[in-house]
Design a protein around this ligand. Structure first.
Ligand code: P1T
Length: 387
């Protein structure tokens, strides 16, 4: 499919075809796994565009073209993990530069910013990006990057991306949005003004809980070249087999996300109405304080739901009492997962910070899978009775 054809295609068609041509030698419809570290050069200084797999790999490039198309962007740059992608984006900056970041990101992102990248002379200011004024007030002449997550992990807070993009661009800063929770099926930040979208491809993009991967999507050629240079120099590339698995995953992204959106909504409504649950956080609920914004910038609300159980004991009994929901870190796979962020994915965030965000020991996060919704709801009902 040519680039111009792709511009006309709709999401489900892009998911299956974008970035992939039948392999020219045999006609294989699936892109081969180019499981090779190097490429033979017919003579010194002569090669076919492929020298070494840290720099170029055809399977990885197929994944990059595919996800770029899904995000409505021009370039994809794949990484060995979501954190490797975010790390590379921050490395576009230099010592003395500043980042304004949403305060409620994935715990590992917060750990990388505060414990690793800040040691290299990059300064981080954390804000509640639900309030655009907090972003605006935190901007300094040295601020080069605004890093947002929306919905946030695990509180499901939203940031108005159109406004955030305006604020960042007024000050000549880049806007990077972690779109892991929404997936490009539900939200396309580049179309709302972001410069860079990052994903933990480990989650919805791959969708089958069998790889760790990351990807950044951009429009600007110059910025893409800079990011490719950082990846080539730092080396956080994914292997060809993982790229191929992710590419197989993205072929069904639209089908899976429809089912996640449907089951997520059913679970959120069920939990909101349950007497054992104190609060339910899901942008698709009318009771979510930013529901209007959700309707304005998302087309679906995913399978991610968080609930406040009121105490650590009740949360523990709930997550240990489910049978279909497996107690595990991660999210976005076809199978349902459940966990306690304060003890698992956000354990690296200091306790006082967690408390301020609402990431209490009683907060339970669910990644609602695509099993039969009746079995999912029965599982939750039974576990809540035990809690
Ligand atoms: O695990 P990795 O592929 O490196 O992705 C990191 C990451 C980045 N951004 C968001 C929003 C994430 O949720 C994650 C990883 N999150 C989990 C492992 C989790 O269970 O929340």
């Amino acid at each position: 499919m040519s680039g111009t054809d792709e511009q006309k295609q709709r999401f489900g068609t892009l998911a299956i075809h974008a970035g992939q041509e039948p392999e020219p030698v045999t006609g294989a419809i699936m892109p081969p796994i180019f499981q090779t570290s190097t490429y033979v050069q017919p003579g010194l200084g002569r090669h076919k565009g492929y020298e070494y797999s840290r720099v170029q790999n055809p399977t990885r490039e197929a994944l990059e073209r595919n996800v770029a198309a899904l995000e409505g962007g021009r370039h994809g740059v794949a990484f060995s993990s979501g954190l490797a992608a975010i790390d590379a984006v921050v490395k576009l900056l230099s010592a003395g530069d500043r980042v304004v970041s949403e305060e409620n990101t994935y715990g590992g992102t917060h750990r990388m910013f505060t414990k690793v990248l800040s040691r290299l002379g990059i300064e981080f200011t954390f804000v509640d990006s639900r309030d655009p004024d907090q972003i605006r007030d935190a901007m300094r002449p040295e601020t080069r990057l605004v890093h947002l997550e929306t919905p946030t992990n695990p509180m499901m807070r939203l940031c108005d991306l159109r406004t955030a993009a305006e604020i960042a661009h007024e000050r000549d800063a880049l806007l990077c949005v972690d779109n892991t929770f929404a997936s490009p099926y539900n939200q396309r930040p580049l179309e709302l003004g972001a410069d860079i979208v990052v994903h933990s491809a480990t989650k919805y993009l791959n969708g089958h809980s069998d790889i760790i991967g990351g990807i950044a999507v951009l429009n600007e050629d110059r910025l893409t070249e800079d990011l490719l240079f950082i990846r080539k120099s730092s080396g956080g590339v994914p292997g060809p087999m993982d790229c191929w698995l992710c590419l197989r995953g993205t072929k069904t992204l639209h089908l899976r996300m429809e089912a996640h959106n449907r089951n997520g909504t059913a679970v959120a409504r069920f939990l909101e109405g349950h007497s054992s649950v104190e609060a339910t956080h899901y942008p698709g609920l009318e009771s979510h304080p930013q529901h209007e914004l959700a309707l304005g910038q998302m087309s679906g609300f995913t399978g991610m739901v968080s609930v406040e159980m009121g105490s650590a004991d009740r949360a523990k009994r709930f997550v240990e009492g489910t049978r279909i929901f497996a107690l595990a870190e991660s999210l976005g796979g076809v199978e349902s997962l459940i966990g306690i962020p304060a003890l698992m994915t956000h354990a690296s965030v200091p306790p006082d910070r967690r408390a301020a965000l609402g990431v209490t020991d009683g907060l339970v996060r669910l990644s609602v899978g695509v099993e039969d919704v009746n079995d999912i709801l029965e599982d939750l009902e039974r576990a809540l009775e035990g809690a």
